[in-house]
Design a protein around this ligand. Sequence first.
Ligand code: MN
Ligand code: MN
Length: 464
Amino acid sequence: MSQDAVKELKEELFYNKKNGLLKVSEKEIETANGYCEGYKDFISTAKTEREAAKLSISMAEKSGFKPFDRNAKYKAGDRVYFSNRGKTVAFAVIGKNGMECGTNITAAHIDSPRLDLKPNPLYEDTDLALFKTHYYGGIKKYQWTAVPLSLHGVFCKKDGSTVEVSLGEKDGEPQFVINDLLPHLDKEQSKRTMAEVIKGEELNVLIGSMPFKADEGSDLVKLNILKLLNEKYGITEEDFLSAELEMVPAMKPCDLGFDRSLIGGYGQDDRVCAYPALTAILDVKAPEKTAIAILADKEEIGSDGNTGLNSDFLYHCVCDLCYALGGDVTVALRNSCCLSADVNAAMDPTFKDVSEPMNASLVNYGVVLTKYTGARGKGGTSDASAEYVAKVRAMLDNANIIWQTGELGKVDAGGGGTVAMYIANLGVDVVDLGVPVLSMHAPFETTSKLDVYMCYRAMYEFMK
Ligand code: MN
Ligand code: MN
């Protein structure tokens, strides 16, 4: 056989991976760059699940979505949404086929790792005022010191009113910080293991230093802070007991690299898939099957709770749609398919040894199809069927969407999960499809513009 024939045979038989940027046209790269401007705006505005839900609903309402009404009559092409306590939202575009033909569901999450204030957070020590926090989701605690933080959330008062808080995002607004020990005095700290370099109870946020002007008395800095909070938000210290306040990185998203091909920013896991799922369903007009895009809360802490996808929320949405449109919910779910839109770990050139190169996802190689996540012997995952993976594979290739496969690290290197298994438990076919990320769960995460755009294209192709 000639060298050329061998080469030809290899091309025919081998699975060839190639950098997506070498496969697409200049025009498509430009389209991807343009799309990501909207994405950067989204993640700079929506830094918590509440803010992401609110912004998504306002974008959807502009695109004709209305709150679902159990007693309304719906027809193909109608656009509805279900808001679950303002933290999880499901958007649906009614399909031409009945509910029993099944639905096409995309599911991303809009909560991200962060630092929640404790119910009783405020104290003064060494003439400084601080907040005690309890971290939310999997974080490397040391990464959260000495970076600017902003405060987001709500105070819910006893009279039923809610006060929204967002401080540290707009130009000129004050920000907050967790102080770290100086290297000159870290002899003891440096002996700690990585997990304990900064301990959970050391994640205390500096919030002020100005004492209330008085001749004597203790806690005058704390008193002055409460006076300011009372003037601004009408709250007292007791109102922290029924608040949800979150400290998040205050940095704005930005382009990364001389070539601007990458995006840096907080909360990209998983708003980097939530924004594509959202914008895709906004672009869906008259699908054959009813399309549903769900943006969920609580994924980072295991999806438990009534706004997580381990609740019956999605099941109840499908029940409601069956009630309004007709059809049996069991049949509807059994015939439904889902893309669990969540991120995967991209192979990092500096930490290659946690990845298995044949099965790791790479930045710029497109949206990642992850057949299973989990840990150890595939514990804690839904492991999509070969039949369903074949269907999704065909869909992606037929639409010329750049995609790759991925595994969450080497076998036994660690692991993780997504919402996929909770949706699979409803009898739905599910596979993970999302964007590869570097520095996942760090205060500042990295993605590629091409991958983000390919995620949008995949979500649209699936639901259209
Ligand atoms: Mn995620
Ligand atoms: Mn995560």
